[in-house]
Structure formats: C-alpha cells, structure tokens
Design a protein around this ligand. Structure first.
Ligand code: HMG
Ligand code: MG
Length: 310
C-alpha cells in the first residue's frame, strides 16, 4: 500500500480500540445461511489482522435470527486468545445459559432507546426489556464476565423520528446502575449528524457517565459515520465499533444498512496517527475474501480503493 503519510490533530486519543462487529452485526442479516466454517475462518482472519475485540455471534432466539443459530458450534471451532475480547449478544437467561456453556467470558445485552424498536427487536417495552436484562447482568457479573450494554436508536428511530438525548441518558444510567461495564451508543439506522453526537455525549456527561465508559456504534446509511466518529473522538471516546467490509444491518430495522466499515475507519485513524494495532492490508484481504463468500462487493470505499490492482 502506498504511504500517504500521517498528520495528527490536537485533542484526539493516541490509541483507539476498534471493536469489530462484522461476524455478528455484519452477518446477522444475511438471508442465505453461511456455513459455520466460513464464519470461523472470517473470525480467525480478523484476529490475525490484529483485532483485540471481535463480537463473534449472538445467543438469541434462532427463530428471530436464524443466521446465528449456530453460535455454540461456531465457538467450538475457535481458539480464544488470552486478553482478546470475544463478546456475544445475550438477551435473556436462556441465552446466558448457552453462552456460559460455550465458555464465553464477555456478553452484551442490547436495549433500545425507543419503545417501537424495543417491541420489534425484543418483543417487549423498554422497561420490560431492562427487567429481562437485570438478572442476566447480575448472574454474568457474579461469574466475573464483562458485560457490554447497547442502546439502539440513540439518535433517530424510523417509526418515532428524532430521539431526545435525555431519554437516552436516562436509559444509559439504568444500564450502568445494573452493572454493565461499557455502553455502546447505537445509531442503528445511520441517521445521526455530528451535532447530535456531541449533544448526546454532553447529556450523558450530565448523568455522570464519562466517555471512557462508552463506545460508539454508527451504521453508515447516510454516509455520516466517519464524521460522527471524529466528533466522538474529539469528545474523548476511545472505543469505536465497526464492521469489516461495511457488512451489516438489523433484521428488525429495515432502514439499517451496514456499519461503518472497519477499513474506512482505519484509513481515518491511521491517517491521524492514531494507533489501533490492526493491519489495514490484512483486513482488506479478509473483506475481499468475505465479499466473494457472500457473492457481492464490499460497500467500503477503502476496500474498493485498496483492492484495485494499479
Ligand atoms: P420472544 O418470542 O418474546 O421470547 O422473543 P420467548 O421467550 O417467547 O421465546 C420464543 C422462542 O425462542 C422459544 O422457543 C424460546 O425457547 C426461544 P419455543 O419454545 O417457541 O421453541 N428462545 C431462545 N432460544 C435460544 N436462545 C435464546 C432464546 N430466547 C428465547 N436466547 C427474544 C424474545 C428476546 C428471545 C427475541 O426477541 C430475540 O431473540 N431477539 C433478538 C433480536 C436480535 O438479535 N436482533 C439483532 C441484534 S440487535 C442489533 O443489531 C442492534 C445493535 O447492533 C446496535 C445498533 O445497531 O443499534 C446491537
Ligand atoms: Mg448495529
């Protein structure tokens, strides 16, 4: 890859943890069932590229997300290196039992900032879903698991429109009081713009929630994910979710497209001189290979540019 140099900006972190969601968020919406061995190979390549956090799969109802019904089998195929985060999504007790049986050390519960999406994604109100998570988080924490929380629709919801940052901050407070160790702020349908990101981080600050407890999770539907990420970094965020090749979407929010592509994120971070420990060239090769498995090109601009033969 040609070296175009780096130029740091003041007020940004020196190092960012890229939290890779490709195997989970990236694949959950694929219609055709992907062989478990292909998923395992995808994850092995992501780890080999230097990722320190790879969300591997979900222990949700297989009736709701058939693509990830092979979660236990998948984990059996994987080495889990020490010090590398390999969380899985867990909504309820049944999911936690399955995750513990599979030897998982980190789970993620996933709430919604809005009532409509809570119903569509979890078949419950926001309050009922928080009640569902409480015993899960308790039991996981008592077994010394790390527990990530998500809040979806933090900025806009396709059924309810704009979302009040104070409502998000109140739900965030509840999740932290419950015992989550990190909270990821989801722009599930990719509608946020930079001022909204700043406003939400400030509202969370007023709830006593600091940016070192938070991650950002931008889908890139309107091409705003990188701009939003830069604002988040300027506010002190150091954990950024992204999906290799820009895969992704949510089966219960049709207007969600892929996540911010990890390669696009790495291009920006490395250009700013921010360390990630992830090898961009290796990741481009992985996403190009994965695109062949899925039978369509990656939407990532960086993957497209870097995979062209000059
Ligand atoms: P429900 O239908 O109310 O639950 O679904 P239920 O308890 O009646 O269970 C229905 C059936 O599923 C039963 O089976 C259960 O045993 C089974 P049956 O008796 O009919 O044969 N079941 C399970 N099986 C295996 N593992 C489990 C499990 N739970 C129930 N854990 C439920 C409620 C929460 C289960 C359902 O709504 C669900 O699984 N939802 C998950 C939806 C999902 O995964 N969405 C995508 C992830 S969220 C996302 O992408 C957003 C994010 O990326 C952030 C962002 O972008 O904003 C994180
Ligand atoms: Mg998502």
């Amino acid at each position: 890859m040609t070296d175009y140099g780096t130029m740091p900006m003041t007020g940004l972190p020196k190092r960012v943890t890229v939290y890779e969601v490709g195997p989970r968020d990236g694949l959950q919406n694929e219609k055709a069932l992907i062989p478990t061995e292909v998923k395992a190979e995808f994850i092995r390549q992501l780890l080999a590229a230097g990722h320190q956090a790879v969300e591997t799969t979900s222990f949700v109802s297989p009736q709701w997300v058939p693509q990830l019904a092979d979660a236990s089998e998948l984990l059996q195929l994987l080495d889990r290196p020490d010090g590398v985060r390999m969380p899985v999504l867990v909504p309820n007790d049944k999911g936690l039992n399955r995750a513990l049986d599979a030897g998982v050390r980190e789970i993620a519960v996933f709430g919604s900032a809005t009532e409509t999406f809570a119903q569509k994604n979890l078949n419950r109100t926001v309050a009922e879903s928080l009640d569902m998570f409480r015993p899960v988080v308790d039991r996981a924490r008592s077994q010394e698991l790390m527990v990530r929380g998500y809040l979806s629709m933090c900025f806009g919801d396709p059924w309810e429109g704009a979302v009040d940052p104070h409502v998000v901050a109140a739900h965030a407070r509840t999740l932290f009081d419950m015992g989550v160790t990190e909270l990821s702020l989801g722009d599930t349908i990719g509608v946020a713009t930079p001022g909204q990101v700043a406003a939400l981080l400030e509202a969370l600050g007023h709830q006593g929630i600091s940016t070192d407890q938070l991650a950002v999770h931008f889908h890139d539907t309107y091409g705003q994910a990188l701009a939003n990420t830069l604002v988040a970094l300027q506010h002190g965020i150091t954990v950024v979710d992204a999906s290799a090749g820009g895969l992704g979407g949510c089966p219960y929010a049709k207007s969600a497209t892929g996540n911010l592509a990890t390669e696009d994120l790495l291009w920006q971070l490395h250009g700013l001189g921010i360390e990630t420990g992830v090898d961009l060239d290796a990741l481009v090769r992985t996403s190009t290979w994965m695109a062949e498995q899925l039978g369509r090109p990656s939407p990532s601009r960086a993957v497209q540019a870097l995979s062209k033969k000059e």
